[in-house]
Design a protein around this ligand. Structure first.
Ligand code: PAF
Length: 282
C-alpha cells in the first residue's frame, strides 16, 4: 500500500528525521535526484530499499551544474507526480530544498576535481562536475546516509562522486546501480522527453553502436578501428558525436588495448538539440 513520504524542505528538518532513525539503530540510504523521475530513478530507489531500512530521495534541480546556455530553466519539474511515484515505493522522506536553502547568500565554496572529472563530459560541460561534486557533497553531509545510490547511466558522474567521497572522507558508501533501458535499448533519461518522434526512433542506434563496438573489441579489432567505425556509424545515422571512447572502467584513464584493464565504452552525441549519453562495459 502506498505511504506518502515525509517532505523535508530544510536541512534542519531532514536532520531531525534522520537523527530519530539513527537513534533507533536504523541504516539509511540516499538517492540524490533532480526529479522528473522515470523507471531508471525508481530502480535506484528499489536498490536503496534493498540496502537500508530507511530511504531518503532528494529532489533538487541544481543550478550550479548547468551552464548559462544549458537547459536549467526548461529542465522538467514534476514534483507532485514524483512524490506519488515515491509513495508507491514507500520512500520514507523526500528532501526538497529550495535554491536559497542549498546556496544561501554569501555561498562561496566549490569543489574542483581532476582524475575522473577530466575530459569526456568535461570537454563540452567544463562547469558540470564542479557543480555535481559540490551539491552531492552537501547532500551527503546534510543527510548523513550510510550508502548513496547513483545510476551507472551517468558513469563518469558515478566515478567523480565516488572519488570525491573518498578524497574528502565523507563517511558514505557510493553504490552504482545498472542502467535501466527502454525496450528498444535507449537508456532512460529525463532528457529523452526532449526528443522529437523522428529522433526518438533514431536514438536506440546509440546503444546498438556501443554493443557492436564492444563485440568488435572483444573479437580482436583494434580499439582505434572499432571507435572509428562507431563514430562513422553514428554520423551516418544522424548523430553529431561529442565523443565515443574506450576508458579504464575504474579510473577513466585512456586505454589502447584489450588487456590493459577493464574497459568501459562511453559516448555522448547530439540528436537535434538533445544530447544523449550512454556507456557499457566491454
Ligand atoms: O544525476 C543527477 O540527477 C544529478 O547530477 C545529481 C547527482 C542529483 C546532482 O545534482
Amino acid at each position: 500500500m502506498a505511504r506518502k513520504p515525509a517532505i523535508a524542505q530544510t536541512v534542519k528538518s531532514l536532520r531531525a528525521r534522520v537523527a530519530k532513525w539513527r537513534a533507533a539503530g536504523e541504516r539509511i540510504a540516499m538517492v540524490p535526484t533532480m526529479g522528473a523521475l522515470h523507471s531508471g530513478h525508481l530502480s535506484l530507489v528499489e536498490e536503496a530499499h534493498r540496502k537500508a531500512k530507511r530511504t531518503v530521495v532528494s529532489i533538487f534541480v541544481n543550478p550550479t551544474q548547468f551552464a548559462p546556455s544549458e537547459d536549467f530553466a526548461r529542465y522538467p519539474r514534476t514534483f507532485r507526480e514524483d512524490v506519488k511515484k515515491l509513495a508507491e515505493l514507500n520512500v520514507d522522506c523526500v528532501f526538497a530544498p529550495d535554491v536559497s536553502e542549498m546556496y544561501p547568500a554569501g555561498f562561496s565554496t566549490r569543489i574542483e576535481m581532476n582524475g575522473p572529472a577530466e575530459e569526456l563530459e568535461s570537454v563540452a560541460r567544463p562547469h558540470f562536475f564542479g557543480g555535481v561534486a559540490t551539491i552531492v557533497c552537501k547532500l551527503l553531509l546534510q543527510c548523513g546516509p550510510d550508502i548513496a545510490v547513483f545510476g551507472e547511466k551517468d558513469y563518469q558522474q558515478l566515478l567523480v562522486v565516488r572519488t570525491m567521497a573518498r578524497d574528502l572522507d565523507v563517511p558514505c558508501t557510493i553504490h552504482g546501480a545498472p542502467t535501466v533501458r527502454e525496450a528498444d535499448g535507449l537508456a532512460m533519461s529525463s532528457r529523452n522527453t526532449y526528443l522529437s518522434a523522428e529522433h526518438r526512433a533514431t536514438a536506440p542506434v546509440l546503444y546498438r553502436t556501443l554493443i557492436d563496438t564492444a563485440i568488435h573489441i572483444r573479437e580482436g579489432s583494434s580499439i582505434a578501428w572499432a571507435l572509428r567505425e562507431a563514430r562513422s556509424n553514428l554520423s551516418i545515422s544522424g548523430f553529431k558525436v561529442d565523443y565515443i571512447e574506450a576508458r579504464h572502467a575504474e579510473t577513466l584513464a585512456p586505454l589502447n588495448r584489450l588487456g590493459d584493464g577493464p574497459i568501459r565504452l562511453l559516448v555522448a552525441a547530439w540528436l537535434g538539440r538533445t544530447r544523449l549519453i550512454d556507456n557499457i562495459p566491454v
